[in-house]
Design a protein around this ligand. Structure first.
Ligand code: NDP
Ligand code: MG
Ligand code: MG
Length: 332
């Protein structure tokens, strides 16, 4: 059974008074820097260049500095730049300038697990991986809550790596919900498998396959869109608060029967076999190598894939119905 830590198990003391460098001010970077600062910790934002992030950080009351300068005095260095540039920033800016023995902290295990960053032997290396987007990490914190995280220690030189991971988790609000103990390997592999088979890939392709089939059969695209794409949120919201049993109890008996019998025919043994194959490709490192290569070629697959979705019928319908969908939502 998983070990889950909450506020009473975590203390900010392990990080109080320490200089913390947050590298990057994007999705997670902004949320973490603001939450840690609001929790009373000493945060410096380190950035590579004067640009959008620099402006945003300044507007939020930080005085950003260049990465090399930020890490020079830091006792805790948090990597919140995109995974694919962490290795370069590590080799060129962090490693040559960091204090001996400073902590290296990650929000995702990719670079450590796939050995793209080889940490010095005298540093604690730990992870606090939010299970939600950066904006949510900030919004929940401001509202008195927190997004759950996975915590893990990869190197524990001081004997206090987990204590410090929990302090970071508390500082960003996560222990108000829960911090689940994991490992770099487990977090990295499950995160990649999850986004491929369900969160991004699976859900998108299942929506598109259902939508396109209904349209091919002559139903109106708008009607197909409501049913196969828009309504997913309402179902997922029920799953989110009450689990799958709660969802089944909220739909009609006809939907229960149809869902239970046909669902297993659509998502059959063959689909499960391919989910397994995808997971094996993540586990043996094939996916990571493929992705690094794609990234280094300028991400042609990602660029073309985005264009294809932007121009799809389902996106045209989404744009057409956006006002209607937005105005129906409850007012705050
Ligand atoms: P972002 O893509 O939002 O990071 C953007 C930041 O990195 C900006 O400050 C940007 O600066 C800087 N940056 C981008 N490209 C470069 C570059 N080539 N050189 C220098 N700086 C650059 O990252 P995320 O917040 O999405 O991810 C950060 C970490 O958090 C990753 O390890 C990720 O796996 C993890 N994570 C992310 C989640 C998410 O929801 N996004 C969820 C859980 C974990 P500028 O404005 O100047 O371009
Ligand atoms: Mg994820
Ligand atoms: Mg991910």
């Amino acid at each position: 059974i998983a070990k889950i830590y909450t506020d009473k198990d975590a203390s900010l003391d392990a990080l109080k008074g320490k200089k913390i460098a947050v590298l990057g001010y994007g999705n997670q970077g902004r949320a973490w820097a603001l939450n840690l600062r609001d929790s009373g910790l000493d945060v410096t934002v380190g950035l590579e260049r004067q640009g959008k992030s620099w402006e945003k950080a300044t507007k939020d009351g930080f005085t950003p500095v260049k990465t090399d300068e930020a890490v020079r005095n830091a006792e805790v260095i948090i990597f919140l730049v995109p995974d694919m540039i962490q290795r370069t920033i590590w080799l060129e800016k962090v490693k040559p300038n960091m204090k001996k023995g400073a902590d290296l902290v990650f929000a995702h295990g990719f670079n450590i697990h796939f050995r793209m960053i080889e940490p010095p032997a005298d540093s604690d290396v730990y992870m606090v991986a939010p299970k939600g987007p950066g904006d949510t990490v900030r919004d929940y914190y401001v509202a008195g809550g927190g997004v759950p995280v996975l915590v893990a220690a990869y190197q524990n030189v001081s004997g206090k790596a987990m204590e410090k991971a929990l302090a970071v988790a508390k500082g960003i609000g996560a222990t108000r919900s829960g911090a689940l103990e994991s490992s770099f390997k487990e977090e990295t592999e499950t995160d990649l498998v999850g986004e491929q088979t369900i969160l991004v890939g699976g859900i998108m392709e299942l929506m598109r396959a259902s939508f396109e089939t209904l349209v091919e059969m002559g139903y109106q695209p708008e009607v197909a869109y409501f049913e196969t794409i828009n309504e997913v949120k309402m179902i997922v919201d029920i799953i989110h608060s009450k689990g799958l049993s709660g969802m089944l109890r909220a739909v009609s008996d006809t939907a229960k029967y149809g869902g239970m019998t046909v669902g297993k025919k659509v998502i059959n043994e063959d689909v499960r076999k391919r989910i397994r194959e995808a997971a094996e490709r993540v586990r043996d490192g094939q996916f990571a190598s493929e992705w690094v290569e794609e990234y280094n070629r300028g991400m042609p697959t990602v660029v073309n894939g985005l264009k294809e979705v932007d121009n799809s019928l389902e996106q045209k319908v989404a744009n057409e119905l956006r006002d209607l969908i937005e105005r129906g939502k409850p007012k705050k």
